[in-house]
Design a protein around this ligand. Structure first.
Ligand SMILES: [Zn+2]
Ligand SMILES: [Zn+2]
Length: 449
């Protein structure tokens, strides 16, 4: 390791000035934003999980925001790992940062940060290097927020370590939305269920302390290796938002022979919660975007998964209130005209806004009240094939497909089910499908009962 004494700084601070022009995103489809939802409400399209060069994303935040805007998103939460862009942060212009700067210039996005030269003494020799000051949330918000048109929600992804019941290290990641300053990551390993509870509580406490509405989402439950199990999530009442539809190719979303898919984890959680008269959990879809130049299947680009939130206005408070109330659906391409539940007649109605040459199947999924909630422990291997902690295999009647309708419109009346939700599957291939995943456009509505 070389010893570096940074002599401080500054010679030339240069501004990478704004440049005009708009670039195209190639094959990525643009969506129609802010669709009318009736009663003075609109459907707002939002990204709840995104990364920039503030952590391990590969693009400048200016580019990330501008790309999501071009893709037709109405709101974006920048959720860098364990940090929030509220302070002065200089990054060395290494090849990765240079590529990010080049991309911004090529696209014609403004770059807010300055460049400076830093001199350091390394092993007695003087070295010069260039650094870029990364744009802050305030700068981004000033440039991109447009009342009623586009909204940035100040956010962060926190990671903490857990401990599985078999002693294996696990991972607990949670996004907090609507913060004012960076929240440090929590140290120490806790058993997973306790870790989830303490982490969600800790983040919700930030809102209580600052007297502001925050929302917290438990991320990618099946990552790294089925780390957050259904019964652990179900036990923590504080979990209201869950991210089963994280559309990166590495989150084990589809499960294995022995492990539940993230989709089914959500059904088990929902069943366990509602059958014991506790609150449901609402499901989000996200990109967890890290890559903004590689749109291939093994990358994590923007535009694959998002939420459509029903709200009268595009403000952080209104969006978070709707999310916490479950007034939204998750999508990887399918857009709904209607998604209504009549609490008197118990009728769930969905109608798709169809694309040309596309067939749709509407599945109503739920758990009947007479379905036994028992399970058996089945051996389940770790990722490397070694024996892992057993997985709880629940009754197949949990989250079963109750009815399938081909077409663009269907309804289902809840009678003898703990809950019902709709999953809409199309035969249209996603523009940028993650490798090893479902490759068709879908949508997922929230549980009703
Ligand atoms: Zn994560
Ligand atoms: Zn992430």
């Amino acid at each position: 390791m070389k010893r570096r004494d940074f002599l401080k700084t500054t010679s030339a601070i240069t501004s990478l000035a704004a440049m005009g022009g708009m670039a195209s995103l190639g094959t990525i489809p643009m969506a129609t934003a802010a669709i009318d939802a009736g009663n003075g409400q609109k459907w707002y399209r939002g990204a709840l999980h995104t990364h920039t060069v503030w952590s391990d994303g590969d693009a400048l935040p200016e580019v990330v925001v501008s790309m999501f805007k071009e893709l037709g998103y109405d709101f974006v939460a920048l959720t860098d790992h364990n940090t929030f862009a509220s302070y002065e942060y200089w990054r060395e212009i290494n090849p990765q940062i240079q590529a990010a700067i080049d991309q911004a210039k090529k696209r014609g996005d403004p770059i807010f940060g300055d460049v400076r030269e830093t001199k350091a003494t390394v092993d007695g020799k003087e070295e010069t290097k260039q650094e870029l000051r990364l744009a802050t949330f305030e700068e981004l918000s000033r440039q991109y927020d447009q009342t009623g048109e586009f909204l940035l929600i100040p956010s962060e992804e926190l990671s903490r370590s857990g401990k599985s019941t078999d002693g294996r290290g696990t991972s607990i990641h949670a996004n907090i939305f609507n913060i004012t300053k960076p929240i440090p990551r929590a140290e120490g390993e806790l058993p997973t269920e306790k870790g989830i509870r303490e982490e969600i509580r800790r983040l919700q406490q930030v809102g209580m302390d600052e007297k502001r509405l925050v929302a917290v989402q438990l991320n990618h439950p099946t990552w790294v290796w089925f780390d957050n199990r259904a019964e652990e999530i179900a036990a923590v009442d504080e979990v209201t938002l869950l991210e089963p539809y994280n559309l990166t190719p590495t989150t084990n979303r589809l499960g294995t022979k022995e492990h539940e898919s993230a989709d089914r984890v959500w059904d088990i959680v929902t069943t366990l919660r509602i059958a014991s008269d506790r609150k449901p959990v609402f499901a989000t879809a996200t990109d967890d975007s890290h890559n903004y130049r590689d749109f291939g299947g093994s990358a994590s680009p923007p535009g694959r998964g998002w939420v459509m939130v029903r709200s009268v206005e595009l403000t952080t408070e209104a969006i978070l209130t709707a999310l916490l109330a479950g007034d939204f659906y998750a999508s990887s391409g399918v857009i709904l005209k209607t998604c209504e539940f009549d609490s008197k007649t118990k009728k769930l109605m969905v109608e798709i806004d169809p694309k040309s040459d596309t067939k749709y199947t509407i599945q109503f999924i739920g758990t009947k009240k007479d379905c036994p909630l028992d399970y058996e422990d089945v051996p389940a291997p770790n990722k490397d094939g070694t024996p892992g902690r057993p997985n709880r295999k629940y009754n197949a009647g949990i989250g079963e497909v109750l009815q399938k309708v081909e077409g663009t419109k269907a309804e289902y009346t809840v009678t003898n089910e703990w809950y019902v939700r709709a999953r809409i599957v199309s035969d249209r291939t996603m523009a940028s499908a993650p490798t090893g995943e479902c490759t068709v456009e879908e949508a997922w509505t929230q549980p009703v009962f």
